[in-house]
Design a protein around this ligand. Structure first.
Ligand SMILES: NC(=O)c1ccc[n+]([C@@H]2O[C@H](COP(=O)([O-])OP(=O)(O)OC[C@H]3O[C@@H](n4cnc5c(N)ncnc54)[C@H](OP(=O)(O)O)[C@@H]3O)[C@@H](O)[C@H]2O)c1
Length: 256
């Protein structure tokens, strides 16, 4: 993708749900979609602590903040019901919540560091959560003429592309997410009109998730707005023929 393409405004769907919008890429997606005129439902697990998102909602009457913790199934059900009370369909669902490290848990550099707790949390947030979001928003996506479900994955979740090793829980949970997106794409391709499913790799983005691991040697690190704009251009141009693939920020289809 050229720099000129990166400057193009994103193609904006009419009604979007951004899951995991308190900060980082999710917040950037919510901002770009709201500024583009979309009706946006931005979810996060603690709206009372999501100050930047609350400020965004103050500026955009068409942006609604809803509580949703992907590890709490009932909160996903409640959020989907709240969306259904407001709109007849959803055109775009963007799953952004992701876990690489927590205060008490760092990604594993070697086998000795593997802990079941980090595995369980990583799978809950990175893989099972987006699938439950898909399950609960399915009826609304099915009523859209161009429904698209996207999940922020990562190149490190590609089995074929794994050259460095390490990060067992994150890699495995993103590989699981990729499989779930692929599996969902097969089921939803049978629907009329089909719902397109994509796993997205945003590149390396300067957020809280990547910060501890940036050492200045990276070839490129994107600002969240830049990465989100590029991915929205990809999502806006996506066709049902692309469903079930892992697409990077530059439009490249990555191997599973
Ligand atoms: N940054 C990168 O370089 C990079 C590269 C490849 C892929 N990605 C992927 O891109 C996505 C966004 O990452 P980011 O860089 O924007 O990360 P980030 O700045 O660390 O934000 C992570 C988001 O996930 C939310 N979250 C965590 N656990 C949650 C839960 N149980 N329920 C709901 N939300 C939860 C956080 O909410 P709270 O504010 O409540 O904690 C926050 O909004 C992730 O899936 C990540 O794996 C990022």
């Amino acid at each position: 993708m050229t720099e000129i393409t990166a400057l193009l405004p994103p193609l904006v769907p009419q009604i979007a749900v951004v899951q995991g919008a308190s900060r980082g890429l999710g917040l950037a997606f919510a901002r770009l979609l709201a500024e583009g005129g979309a009706r946006v439902f931005a979810t996060c697990r603690r709206p009372d602590r999501a100050e930047a998102l609350a400020a965004l909602a103050q500026r955009h009457a068409d942006l609604t903040v809803l509580p949703l913790d992907v590890t709490d199934e009932s909160s996903i059900v409640m959020a989907a019901r709240a969306v259904a009370r407001e709109v007849p369909c959803v055109d775009l669902v963007l799953n952004c919540a992701g876990l690489l490290h927590a205060d008490d848990q760092q990604p594993e550099r070697r086998l000795r560091a593997v802990r079941p707790e980090l595995f369980a949390r990583s799978f809950a947030v990175n893989a099972i959560g987006p699938l439950l979001v898909a399950r609960e928003l399915e009826p609304l996506l099915m009523r859209s003429a161009n429904g698209l479900f996207a999940a922020l994955s990562a190149r490190v979740g590609s089995i074929a592309d794994n050259r460095l090793g390490g990060w067992y829980a994150y890699r495995a949970s993103k590989a699981a997410l990729n499989m779930l997106v692929k599996t969902l794409s097969i089921e939803w391709a049978r629907h009329t009109p089909p719902i397109t499913c994509l796993a997205l790799h945003p590149g390396t983005v300067a957020t809280d998730l990547s910060k501890p691991f940036l050492n200045g040697s990276e070839r490129r690190v994107f600002a969240p707005e830049v990465a989100a704009r590029r991915l929205l251009a990809i999502v806006g141009a996506a066709t049902p023929a692309q469903t079930g693939s892992l697409v990077a920020w530059n439009g490249e289809t990555l191997p599973w």
